[in-house]
Write a protein that binds this ligand. Structure first.
Ligand code: ATP
Ligand code: MG
Length: 433
């Protein structure tokens, strides 16, 4: 024991009273990343902190803890609230709301009993004990037998069932503490945002591209949203919807930046210069061209779209190819093999569907021909492209691009995290009825 922690043992200040409630965050895939593990866990810690910070008046204490994160909370209500929020953070596999006490069986028994008495109605249970090292003298098999046997003797009408019981009481001996929990939430999985580099995501106010952006967040990318609005030819409704979509993505790590291009006058120019059936392809080429310029400016290494093969006329392989050929960066299409119904179900789960379903005029509904080309020939598209002053347009668009303020920087600051401090546990009081 360090002198620092032995000092704490006798300290009478309430600051040193240990919180009894904790959230244990399990991050499986993150832990598998070998030498990168510390880096990934630290990123996850920051993202979890960022997620929790606006929700509480106090700063939750978060630290890396035996391949997990440990979030200390002052009461069970805030622990449950925090756990529900943390479950949405990419990189989180499971979240448990735990009681934390010292490694003392006289405390563990009554706490375990109280936890089991307050669990949802059940008839069968088991105890699943684990110890991180041998600092605690009793091994996990023996702990299972001791705590399980004691619970069995003290719980009325409950039986032990080792395979698929209704309730499992987890008892984890970690870092000098005992953690007890019965409730575990499934996390969103994936990797912590910031671990996979930056992408520019072409974000309409439609159903698909918010889902595509979310999938990239889930795989750890920092997502820069780029929206083309029909302004000044249309009202700016789509811009407001995109900002609402950005808010909905906030729990999952949020957009890194959001850029808007007023594209209406360029569409008008394209409509004047390009045969009707090729207009949509040329609009989209121009969007990709701008997106690649933004990616270079921001150090992003790929573009992202919400395209799904064959979903609409512009998403045939020929048209995808005719548009794609204008850029050199990889274009990622996370929804390419998804059906509309799957995409809608995911949009509903992440909360963007309701916004995307609002009718609006964006740049895509402007000057849209009645019979767009569905199998565009690349050489023909390139010939048309070569007649247009695209470099001039690009230079203008890059100066007209507007960056939308997302959450203010001060709200993004991270609360205090405790990484190395050894805390000494004070016994918790548990009443046994
Ligand atoms: P979405 O639902 O994402 O709008 P969609 O089914 O309407 O997709 P399209 O309109 O052909 O299909 O758009 C295909 C992709 O092109 C979109 O998923 C998006 O990535 C990009 N895109 C389309 N319109 C815009 C826009 N106004 N601003 C930014 N990107 C756009
Ligand atoms: Mg669309």
């Amino acid at each position: 024991m360090t002198s620092r922690s032995s000092k704490k043992r006798f300290h009478s200040s309430p600051d040193y009273l240990l919180p009894r409630h904790a959230v244990l965050v399990h991050c499986h895939e993150v832990s598998l990343k070998g030498r990168n593990r510390a880096h990934f866990e630290t990123l996850l810690l920051k993202n979890v902190a960022r997620r929790l910070q606006p929700a509480f008046t106090f700063s939750p204490r978060i630290r890396r803890f035996f391949g997990r994160l440990l979030v200390s909370m002052p009461d069970s209500e805030s622990a449950v609230q925090a756990a529900e929020m943390i479950a949405d953070v990419p990189g989180v596999v499971r979240v448990s709301v735990a009681l934390r006490l010292s490694q003392d069986l006289d405390l563990i028994y009554p706490a375990a009993l109280e936890l089991m008495q307050s669990a949802e109605p059940y008839t069968t249970f088991k105890v699943s004990a684990r110890r991180a090292n041998t600092e605690f003298p009793i091994d996990s098999m023996e702990l299972n037998r001791m705590v399980g046997g004691w619970l069995h003797d003290n719980l009325v009408d409950k039986t032990v069932k080792l395979r698929s019981p209704d309730v499992t009481l987890h008892l984890e001996m970690l870092g000098g503490s005992a953690f007890l929990y019965t409730q575990t939430l499934q996390g969103v999985g994936g990797l912590p945002v910031g671990s996979a580099g930056k992408v520019v995501s072409l974000l309409s106010a439609g159903i698909d591209s918010p889902v595509a952006s979310w999938r990239m967040l889930k795989r750890g990318a920092q997502v820069i949203g780029l929206h083309f609005s029909g302004r000044p030819e249309t009202p700016d409704t789509s811009e407001h919807l995109v900002q609402m979509i950005a808010d909905r993505l906030e729990p999952y790590g949020g957009l890194h930046k959001l850029a808007i291009v007023p594209f209406g006058s360029y569409q008008r120019k394209i409509a004047e210069l390009v045969p009707a059936s090729f207009r949509v392809i040329i609009y989209r080429r121009m969007m990709f061209y701008v997106a690649e310029a933004l990616a270079k400016q921001e150090g992003a290494k790929a573009l992202v779209t919400g395209e799904s093969l064959g979903q609409v006329a512009s998403q045939t392989l020929d048209n995808i190819n005719a548009v794609n050929a204008v850029v050199n960066l990889p274009v990622l299409r996370p929804l390419i093999g998804s059906d509309k119904l799957e995409i809608i179900a995911q949009a509903e789960r992440i909360g963007t569907f309701e916004i995307s379903s609002q009718t609006h005029e964006d740049c895509c509904t402007l000057f849209t021909p009645r019979n767009p080309e569905t199998h565009a020939s690349l050489s023909k598209v390139e010939r048309i492209w070569a007649t247009l002053p695209v470099e001039e347009w690009l230079a203008e668009i890059m100066t007209e691009m507007e960056y939308i303020a997302l959450r203010p920087a001060e709200e993004r600051s991270y609360p205090q995290s405790v990484d190395t401090a050894q805390e000494v546990l004070l016994p918790i009081e548990v009443s046994v009825s």
